[in-house]
Every structure is written in structure tokens, then in C-alpha cells.
Write a protein that binds this ligand. Structure first.
Ligand SMILES: [Zn+2]
Length: 294
């Protein structure tokens, strides 16, 4: 008798308590990066990738989004690539449904930055996918990606990034539902924006604090754990300001390792929660072990 194959992944949803808050990592799927996208010594890079069992021409890379339930507010942080950016992305909405959350119940969306693996999922067929949500985004980030002038000067291959960002946020902007944030803006009690520019002009992390527990959503501080934890000086080709991105990566590594602060990363293997520890060279990534909720 034949045994049916699953043929696809089961829902990518992982819950973690932060104080009294419930924090949920939602998989949006995965992308493949290439070794050549990263700066630094290529031979050393290939060695690091080989040691991590990663293919240098197709580095398996997660794309994660998150939901924070404070008990009386639902805050989505990033929304993945939506339906059109890549065939292996766009799973966030299905995973949110698997988590039992109605999109209409989401009160706020924080966008860490307006790249096409982070923002398109807020929109569906020209409409707001989260009809009752206010979108919070860094003011410089919003100004950059909605500027026709900057788009016009951008290299040809990056212009679709501007188009996707603008299309995603348009239904919210048209409805007056976009609010600008900056470093230190509190989106809700215990949910605070932390500026970490470099990858993009307004790249923003989110600090989640409740009942003495803390978690830092560091978004795109790391794109490839195998390369950038041991060698934080490696930038990725998508960095708007590579030197600033590297400086902020080092600062955030130092802070999270020193403070033993738990972080959540957009591009760390799902569910992408873990700690950084100082290593002989650079840092090492220590993923959080799977745990049932108490
Ligand atoms: Zn990203």
C-alpha cells in the first residue's frame, strides 16, 4: 500500500514567552544567497560555508517575521515577501493563520526596513492584508523607498525594490495609517524601536521587554550566521552603507553577548532565536533549544 508524502512543510510557528508577553516567530519561507554576495576573503568564506554544510552558490537562508502579543495588543514585526517576490517565500500569512490569529485582530505592524523580503506581506491584491493595523516605520526609511528621485538614481537591478516597497505600503498610506518612528519610539508599552542603520538607511531593531525579561528583534544584523558570527566584518551586497552595517553588527554582537540578551533574527535558521557568545575569532551563535510553553 502506498504511503502518501507530505510534499510540503508543516506550519512554521514557534512561541516563546517574554515576561507576560507571548512572542511568536513566523516563518515566511526561505531564500538562497550566494557566497559572492558577501565581502571578505573568498577562500576563507568557502571554508566557513563548507564547515557549516552550506552550498556556496545556494546558501539556505530563512526569512522570519514575528508576532508580539502583549495581552491586549497584537503587534506584527515584518511580514515577509508576500505572494510575488519569490516562490519560496510568502508563507507568513498561512503560518499566522496556523497560529490561530485573524489578520483583522492585528493592531500594529512594525517594519524593520522596507526590503522585499520584509514588507510585501502587509499587502494583498492592492489591499491592506491587516485592515485594522497601523504601520510603523522609520521616517528616513519611508522617505528613501518612496522617493522617485532616489529610485531614479538607483542601479537598475534595485529599482524593483522601490516599486515593491511602495506598492506594499500604499494602501496604509492612502488610509492615513502609516506612522513614522525613530530610535526610542515606543510602539506599545514594552515594545521599543532601536535604530541600527547601515543595512538600510532606517533599519530598525525592536526591543521587547516584559516582567524583567528582554528580547531583541535584531532583524537584518546577520544574513548568514556561518559567515558573519565568526567574521562580523563581512557585509552583504544589499547593505546600503556597508561600513555602518558592519559597525552596528559589531556593536549589537558586543551588546547581546555582554548582556546575555536573547535575540531574534530575520535570517537565522527558523525559528531564529538565540544568543551570541564571544569566540576565539568573532562570535558564535547558540540557538535557543526548543521548549514547550510552561
Ligand atoms: Zn532581509
Amino acid at each position: 500500500m502506498s504511503k502518501p508524502f507530505a510534499g510540503k512543510q508543516a506550519p512554521g510557528v514557534y512561541h516563546h514567552k517574554v515576561g507576560t508577553f507571548e512572542f511568536t516567530a513566523l516563518s515566511d519561507g526561505n531564500l538562497a544567497l550566494e557566497a559572492g554576495m558577501f565581502s571578505g576573503d573568498p577562500a576563507r568564506g568557502e571554508k566557513l560555508l563548507k564547515e557549516a554544510y552550506l552550498a556556496k552558490d545556494a546558501i539556505a537562508t530563512a526569512v522570519n517575521a514575528w508576532l508580539i502579543n502583549t495581552g491586549n495588543k497584537l503587534i506584527l514585526v515584518d511580514a515577509g515577501g508576500g505572494a510575488n517576490f519569490a516562490p519560496t517565500l510568502g508563507r507568513m500569512a498561512a503560518n499566522l493563520a496556523a497560529a490561530g490569529v485573524d489578520p483583522g485582530a492585528v493592531d500594529a505592524i512594525v517594519i524593520t526596513h522596507m526590503h522585499p523580503d520584509h514588507i510585501p506581506g502587509i499587502e494583498s491584491n492592492g489591499r491592506a492584508a491587516f485592515k485594522n493595523a497601523i504601520v510603523h516605520v522609520n521616517g528616513d526609511e519611508y522617505a528613501f523607498w518612496t522617493s522617485d528621485e532616489i529610485r531614479g538614481k538607483a542601479p537598475e537591478q534595485f529599482r524593483p525594490f522601490f516599486d515593491m516597497a511602495k506598492a506594499a505600503i500604499k494602501p496604509y498610506a492612502d488610509a492615513g495609517k502609516v506612522q513614522m518612528l525613530k530610535d526610542g519610539t515606543q510602539v506599545a508599552p514594552g515594545v521599543t524601536a532601536v535604530a541600527a542603520p547601515g543595512h538600510t538607511v532606517g533599519h530598525t531593531m525592536v526591543r521587547v521587554s516584559s516582567g524583567g525579561s528582554e528580547l531583541l528583534i535584531w532583524a537584518d544584523i546577520v544574513h548568514c550566521a556561518a559567515l558573519q558570527f565568526p567574521e562580523p566584518d563581512r557585509s552583504i551586497g544589499f547593505d546600503g552603507d556597508p561600513a555602518q552595517a558592519i559597525a552596528n553588527r559589531k556593536k549589537v554582537f558586543d551588546m547581546t553577548a555582554t548582556d546575555r540578551l536573547l535575540f531574534a533574527g530575520s535570517h537565522l535558521p527558523f525559528p531564529g532565536l538565540g544568543h551570541a557568545v564571544k569566540a576565539a575569532t568573532g562570535y558564535a551563535y547558540v540557538p535557543l533549544p526548543y521548549a514547550e510553553l510552561a
